[in-house]
Design a protein around this ligand. Structure first.
Ligand code: SF4
Ligand code: SF4
Length: 362
């Protein structure tokens, strides 16, 4: 199974949609349990993947390296990228994949994350690619909010030729009140985001035709596979089924964003078996009986449980999912053509997004 392992709550950025302010009541600032108890807990899982998470997990790099020294597992890293070049080579090359938080064009990332941040991230990613010869999966992980134009942000990140995959999450439904960070979410969704998806799907296909290569835009790849196979999916981030989270005090949760919610507490690494966690928490309405659930999977367990934006706000976000599905459906013939020409490969379509710690549905 996949475990999002909090190395710390501390972060070296203060992003506008996050804040990065550690909250003592949620969990301790850094790991407070004995590493042996983590080792014992994970030894009961035949195939564990640890995805190091925070805050910024590289702030307490020694804790992370000690865990890698002592606990055999498959490793992933989710990082803001600012300390990447400080990670010693022997650890860097052990990561199957690195998820780098970056929001797109310079002015957009800098608007959310701070002046000069985008360039610093790109320099560090370039450094591990060129100087360290890192060949694992580099994933650009965008947060998409009111300043973002999804078409421009993804196109920019493709143009820097550093990443293997691209994935994004809409900054929606996380908190209350609904318009805490939005001037006009509905307008943005209808007039900016959805048209941006329409353009991006077309551009994705033309890019692959032009270059003769697959392009790793994760939500498009996975939805193409689902629509072509007709095989229904579950919650695609895997929360509560194949993916869990371990807080700095050892508390077990279905996903990292659920820290702080009473309903999400699944016990502690000291007193739980990995297998006992599976299926304890699941989706409720409106996802359970939704007509597109077999394709969507339910988007987000936390959003489904909290419903911070009410039914109306929740369904507004669902409109973006329906639009995305429709856009892929509209282009299935062209996508089949790319597959038959060997451009869009089976390997690309079979991308194991959940195993890489991605939610699939933005
Ligand atoms: S489209 Fe909306 S209601 Fe339907 S499964 Fe997805 S998140 Fe749930
Ligand atoms: S999609 Fe929601 S439930 Fe799944 S990992 Fe992300 S925040 Fe957690």
């Amino acid at each position: 199974m996949l475990y999002f392992l909090f190395i710390s709550q501390a972060c070296n950025l203060r992003c506008s949609y996050c804040g990065g302010t550690p909250e003592d009541r949620i969990m301790p600032l850094r790991i407070s349990y004995d590493i042996d108890s983590l080792k014992k807990f994970l030894s009961r899982d035949a195939n564990p993947t640890l995805i190091f998470y925070g805050g910024e997990p590289l702030i307490f790099m020694r804790d992370l390296m000690r865990i890698m020294d002592e606990i055999p597992a498959r490793y992933l890293l989710q990082t803001n990228g600012l300390l990447l070049r400080k990670l010693p080579s022997q650890y860097l090359h052990q990561f199957d994949g690195i998820l780098v938080s970056i929001d797109g064009r310079n002015d957009v990332t800098d608007w959310y994350r701070g002046k000069g941040v985008n360039q610093r991230i790109l320099e560090n990613v370039r450094y591990i690619r060129d100087k360290e010869n890192y060949r694992g999966d580099l994933i650009a992980r965008l947060t998409v909010s009111e300043k973002s134009n999804i078409f421009e942000e993804v196109k920019f990140l493709v143009s820097v030729e550093l990443f293997d995959h691209y994935h994004w999450q809409i900054d929606a439904l996380w908190d209350y009140p609904r318009d805490l960070r939005w001037n006009n979410f509905d307008y943005w969704l209808e007039e900016v985001y959805n048209p941006g998806i329409t353009r991006l799907v077309k551009w994705w296909i033309s890019w692959m035709l032009k270059t003769g290569e697959s392009l790793g835009i994760v939500p498009f790849l996975v939805l193409t596979r689902i629509l072509l196979t007709g095989k229904p999916v579950g919650l695609q981030c895997g929360a509560g089924e194949v993916a869990f989270s371990i807080a700095t005090d050892g508390t077990l949760l279905p996903c990292p964003v659920s820290a702080g919610y009473e309903w999400a507490r699944l016990g502690n690494i000291q007193d739980q078996e990995p297998s006992a966690l599976v299926g304890k928490i699941g989706l409720e309405e409106p996802c359970v009986n939704c007509d597109v659930r077999w394709i969507c999977g339910g988007r987000c367990l936390v959003a489904n449980k909290t419903q911070y934006w009410g039914k109306e706000g929740f369904f507004k976000v669902c409109e973006s999912i329906r639009h995305l599905i429709a856009e892929i459906e509209n282009h299935l013939d062209e996508l089949c053509h790319l597959i038959s020409r060997g451009i869009l490969t089976e390997k690309a379509l079979d991308y194991p997004a959940t195993e890489m710690g991605l939610e699939v549905i933005p």
